[in-house]
Ligand binder design. Sequence first.
Ligand code: NDP
Length: 328
Amino acid sequence: MKRIVITGACGQIAYSLIFKIANGDLFGQEEIALHLLEVKEMENAMHGLLMEIEDCCFPLLKEVKAGFDPLEMFNDVDVAILVGAKPRGPGMERKDLLLDNGKIFLEQGKALNKVAKKDVKILVVGNPCNTNCLIAMHNAPNIPKENFYAMTRLDQNRAQSQLAKKASISLDKVSNVTIWGNHSTTQVPDFMNALIDKKSVLEVIKDKQWLENTFMQVVQKRGSEIIAKRGKSSAASAAQAIVDTLKSLYTSSKKLFSLAVCSDKNSYGIKEDLIFSFPCFSLGNGRYKIIDNIKVDNFLREKITISEKELLEEKSLVKHLFPNEEVD
Ligand code: NDP
């Protein structure tokens, strides 16, 4: 049985995600136990959510626990999906968001370190997800660094879908789409190494101008465009991307997918000790390997460096949230 905790359980993303996981969309026929973590203010909403889960009669769902204490909710979990985070309020700067949310991930890192299974796998979705993940990782020294990851799969899915649409081809013919860097507007959707029907994208789409400008910007700004149109964020596609990420990680395969992971010892010259999105393949059971031989030309390198710089800046703002002995 897989024991899975979802934080921010009463939020928008979780409202799609919980029902997918409970239905078996992630771990197939394996039985599951769900732990749902929220803040105390959501107590009433949590009661309603539990009623709906009950009413679905999911056959694979053997246990549901809900609560407000990370130490209780993270106990003995195999998988932690950290979605809960404060949204950016009016007039709030990126720095304020980093500091506010950073404290949540410090506490959650410590709690995971103390009570989760020692081989727990942790996927961070709450924004700014790369740096939140780095904070949690630093505060959980007993959990291997490679068990922490942040989500860039929605960006990959968006890029894949845009390329398929432009080439008028079915989605499954588009592969090797990598997102490099931070899950922010500096992310780098890599079309150069992507394939359409096993041919290079430039060979099929030919319109370099569109690829270098329109395509990249559409992917980078897709989230805010959806908010502008719908008046709400892209929660359903985020939930789908969480399922896609974990499914990829738990199914051993040589297929490339994007994942933000610890940059230690990477072969692309990215500074160590960042959570950085790379092309990966799955070793199964939540383990991955960064693919080493992707070609990075000057155009990509320049953009990747900008994203790396942003992550270094974010890190410098939250360094005080790492355990004392690490602060320089
Ligand atoms: P959502 O469920 O919509 O989003 C949660 C987080 O996921 C946000 O940080 C959001 O970032 C991020 N995110 C990443 N990718 C996407 C995407 N594609 N689309 C939308 N969001 C994305 O937020 P809600 O405000 O509805 O719910 C958050 C819940 O978390 C609330 O119920 C709150 O009470 C709870 N919470 C729980 C905590 C805990 O468990 N300890 C701590 C803090 C809050 P962005 O804001 O940039 O969109």
